[in-house]
Ligand binder design. Structure first.
Ligand code: GDP
Ligand code: MG
Length: 262
């Protein structure tokens, strides 16, 4: 028996959209329950139930997806991680959700649960709440296979494909904070505009604000503040002024020593 290396945890955007992709019976709802909070997951079945009192009522699909889209959009607007539990095996189903993510300026990942067809069919046969036959699963699987070759072009940041039940069972999720989410920084901040190569004026400004400049061979190579203030550079550092390399040396030194500079 060969022992397989455990795969790296699946990194998903902490405040983005995640589409679960897989045929009926592939284990999407189970996976969602295991890895995400109850209200983070919006399932098409649940939305069908909301609008038709019957999670299997296929005639309610359009209305159900309207509701699903509304909830997803609202959550994304409010900055909440949202997981869509629907088969998502067809390109048009994915594209409208990808568009919603773009409209709300958030990243979108797909997690594909790819189980052998017979596994999904057997599971569905055991479910009293699933009335459709194996042909539906076969069709969904054909759509899925076609999709796997092309989803990269659809605007996903990452597509995580879990192949087989073992890989699905072993999967771990980590939430990746977007690089522009700096709510952990509490300041106080010194916000500094255009410097334009004027290192002497920058040194004067920092000193006036109470910063201690580190000097090496006469050049400023870093700065720290005794009260832990944080510098945020929001303007141009380079161009025009007399000493662009000097400005870069100083600011890069501040960044390297862990100060937050933007
Ligand atoms: P979905 O249709 O993709 O949402 O699939 P579900 O998560 O509802 O799972 C379908 C059926 O398979 C349910 O009865 C689950 O209990 C079962 N199931 C899901 N994941 C697993 C698994 O990893 N192992 C086993 N043995 N059963 C599973
Ligand atoms: Mg389900």
């Amino acid at each position: 028996m060969t022992s397989e290396q455990p795969r790296d945890p699946i990194a998903v955007p902490a405040a983005g959209l995640i589409l679960l992709v897989g045929v009926s019976g592939s284990g999407k709802s189970t996976f969602a329950r295991q890895h995400f909070g109850g209200t983070e997951v919006i399932s098409s079945d649940f939305c069908r139930g909301l609008v038709a009192n019957d999670e299997n009522d296929q005639s309610a699909t359009k209305d159900a997806f309207d509701v699903l889209g509304y909830i997803v959009a609202t959550r994304l607007r409010r900055g909440l991680l949202t997981v869509v539990d629907a088969t998502n095996v067809q390109p048009y189903a994915r594209s409208s959700l990808v568009s919603l993510a773009k409209e709300h300026d958030v990243l979108v990942d797909a997690i594909v649960l790819d189980v052998p067809e017979h596994v999904a069919i057997e599971r569905n046969e055991r479910r009293p709440d699933r009335t459709f036959g194996s042909r539906v699963v076969s069709r969904q699987r054909r759509d899925l296979k076609r999709s796997l070759g092309r989803t990269k072009k659809e605007g996903f940041r990452r597509i995580h494909v879990l192949r087989g039940t073992e890989e699905i069972d072993a999967a771990q999720i980590v939430r990746e904070r977007p690089w522009n989410d700096r709510r952990d920084l509490s300041g106080p901040f010194d916000i500094i505009g255009d410097v334009h190569g004027c290192v002497s004026e920058l040194r004067t400004l920092l000193t006036t604000l109470g910063w201690h400049i580190q000097v090496k061979d006469g050049a400023a190579v870093g700065a720290s503040h005794p009260d832990g203030r944080q510098a945020v550079f929001v303007g141009d550092l380079v161009d025009r002024g007399p000493d662009t390399p000097g400005v870069l040396r100083l600011v890069m030194g501040m960044v390297a020593s862990g100060l937050r500079c933007a």
